[in-house]
Design a protein around this ligand. Structure first.
Ligand code: NDP
Ligand code: 8X3
Length: 253
């Protein structure tokens, strides 16, 4: 029987590239996100190129009822999820703690932490019933370092880091792998979303740097899921060559 991967946030960036990579590797893929047109378009691309079954599920991950309804609508054979990529997430705003917007903070906490938990609560149960599975959480270098103005985004990614450790411990006896990927700068829609649609400001983030691209991180997911059953890479930090960590970036003039 073929394998199945569920990728949250597959409409853009890292999740989109991961869905393509896994489908090309023979996985049936369940794709989630809020933009139905993007989900349908990606389904078309995958169906044209591969034999993979593609199930688009359109919902807002912040809405626990919508998450449950969407996941429970899956036919039993698609609940046999082998790989869950908890990728949906965002940064909103970049301000000092006394100036940040409460709305931005709630969006980040509700998406990056609570949304990830809503999906994991259901899918980990399915994995436990089969004593098998691999959960890959998209953390960030911001999950282990905190930079000026990053406050709440960094806090959510620190939470993803702690949850990855906690999940790995709790799921140990069920034979379920948990890995955390911590990327540095990846050029996706991330910065445009962070700056509320200001593309010019977003482009400045990558000025003088060759950043990572979504497919670079997808290649790491591909590698993680290719490892033999007895081997788990618990954490991978992946940076552009020009970025040492959250603080040091070498920009060419
Ligand atoms: P993108 O903005 O390109 O993609 C984000 C994805 O998350 C989209 O598919 C979006 O789908 C989905 N998403 C966001 N909010 C919601 C929501 N409320 N409900 C459902 N889906 C949602 O960014 P990236 O690909 O860069 O980001 C993916 C992950 O990687 C995030 O967790 C991010 O924190 C992390 N990351 C990114 C880095 C970077 O530099 N780009 C570096 C380190 C980590 P839709 O809008 O259709 O709902
Ligand atoms: C995204 C990377 O450095 O903007 O998680 O926080 S950073």
């Amino acid at each position: 029987m073929g394998k199945t991967a569920l990728i949250t946030g597959a409409t853009s960036g890292i999740g989109h590239a991961t869905a393509l990579r896994l489908a090309r590797n023979g996985y049936d893929v369940i794709l989630t996100g809020r933009r139905q047109d993007r989900l349908e378009h990606l389904k078309g691309v995958i169906r044209q190129e591969t034999q993979a079954e593609v199930i688009p599920l359109c919902f807002d991950i912040r809405d626990k009822r919508a998450v449950a309804e969407a996941l429970e609508s899956l036919e039993p054979r698609f609940r046999a999820v082998d790989v869950l990529v908890n990728n949906a997430g965002l940064a909103a705003g970049l301000e000092h703690i006394d100036e940040g917007s409460l709305e931005d903070w709630e969006r980040m906490i509700d998406t990056n932490v609570k949304g990830l938990l809503y999906v994991t609560r259901i899918v980990s149960g399915w994995m436990i019933s089969r004593s098998s599975g691999h959960i890959i959480n998209m953390g960030s270098v911001a999950g282990v370092q905190t930079y000026e103005n990053g406050n709440v985004y960094c806090a959510t990614k620190h939470a993803v880091h702690a949850l990855s450790e906690g999940m790995r411990i709790d799921l140990l006896r069920h034979g379920i792998k948990v890995s955390e990927i911590r990327p540095g700068m990846v050029e996706t829609e991330f910065s445009t979303v962070r700056f509320h649609g200001d593309k010019e400001r977003a482009d400045q983030v990558y000025k003088g740097v060759t950043p990572l691209y979504g497919d670079d991180i997808a290649s790491v997911v591909e590698w993680l899921v290719s490892l033999p059953p007895h081997m788990n890479v618990t954490e991978v930090q992946v940076m552009p060559t020009q970025q040492a960590d959250a603080f040091y970036t070498y920009r060419k003039q």
